[in-house]
Design a protein around this ligand. Structure first.
Ligand SMILES: [Cu+2]
Length: 281
């Protein structure tokens, strides 16, 4: 009798341990050009994921869920072809190349830890095959991507966290509060449009406007009208996706810009009006 009680106590403890273990955040670490972390995750719903950048470069990390039948090799080819089009003023090809990428996978969110920092995000994971892309460079510097395959299997369901703000991105508009308090906030990011969208969040320099940013981004000539320290970068997601990230901003005037190409014309979305300002106080 006593043995049976002990056994049921031990099983109870084991179940509590397993419940705690499944609620813990997952960690991926980038170092020496390689991303390491769990390649099998059992969950169905929002999972908090921590990304640690142990390199001297700024890191872009995005999670993509492969469509049925699509492969990593196809996505890698499409990703490199797209990145080759977004140098400088962009290219009329950029929209079509991005179209190939989104025909292969849903982009569900990501983070942008600068060198020797970490960043977390709540990403919606459902059973299927995922690719994590951790990359440095892009823009002016050589694009250096690393791709990690992750299998998500059926697991405990998980709820989304509560958010302080909702940033809805549509074609071609940011729906966003005009003012927000300084300090750490959890942002809910949604793509409610039909094209992929992303958000660069930059603090405006004294006296600079959204128009100055649009002009500067047309050729990136001259000094930037924004500060890069202390802003944020919300990775591109595809239509219908929602994810959550903590962002901490100090008081000041900010601009939020979507630089992704229009699927039809290849022109950046900010040229279609996808740029807005807000105040942190
Ligand atoms: Cu956009």
């Amino acid at each position: 009798m006593k043995a049976r009680k002990t056994l049921s106590f031990l099983i109870g403890m084991l179940l509590i341990f397993l419940a705690c273990a499944s609620a813990q955040e997952l960690t991926y670490t980038y170092e020496n050009g390689t991303l390491t972390g769990p390649q099998t995750i059992s969950v169905n719903g929002y999972q908090n994921i921590l990304f640690v950048n142990n390199s001297d470069m700024e890191l872009d990390v995005t999670f993509a869920k492969l469509h049925e039948g699509a492969t990593l090799a196809e996505l890698e080819t499409a990703d490199k072809a797209f990145m080759a089009t977004i140098e400088g003023e962009g290219s009329p090809d950029a929209g079509a190349k991005m179209g190939t990428m989104i025909s292969l996978a849903d982009f569900i969110g990501g983070v942008h830890p600068v060198s020797h920092t970490q960043a977390s995000a709540y990403l919606k994971l459902e059973p299927g095959n995922y690719i994590v892309n951790a990359s440095t460079g892009g823009g002016g510097d050589p694009y250096m991507p690393f791709y990690l395959e992750v299998a998500v299997t059926e697991g405990p369901s998980a709820e989304a966290p509560s958010a302080d703000f909702n940033l809805h991105m549509s074609d071609f508009h940011f729906d966003f509060p005009d003012t927000m308090p300084a300090g750490k906030q959890v942002w809910q990011i949604s793509d409610t449009g039909s094209q992929p969208h992303m958000a660069l969040v930059w603090k405006l320099m004294e006296g600079k406007t959204a128009e100055d940013v649009t002009t500067w981004m047309s050729d990136f000539a001259g000094p930037p009208p924004v500060e890069f320290e202390g802003g944020g970068l919300i990775q591109g997601i595809t239509a219908g996706q929602t994810f959550y990230i903590p962002i901490e901003l100090s008081s000041g005037n900010y601009v939020v810009v979507c630089p992704l190409p229009n699927l039809g014309t290849g022109e950046p979305h900010f040229a279609d009006g996808m740029i807005a300002t807000f105040k942190v106080e």
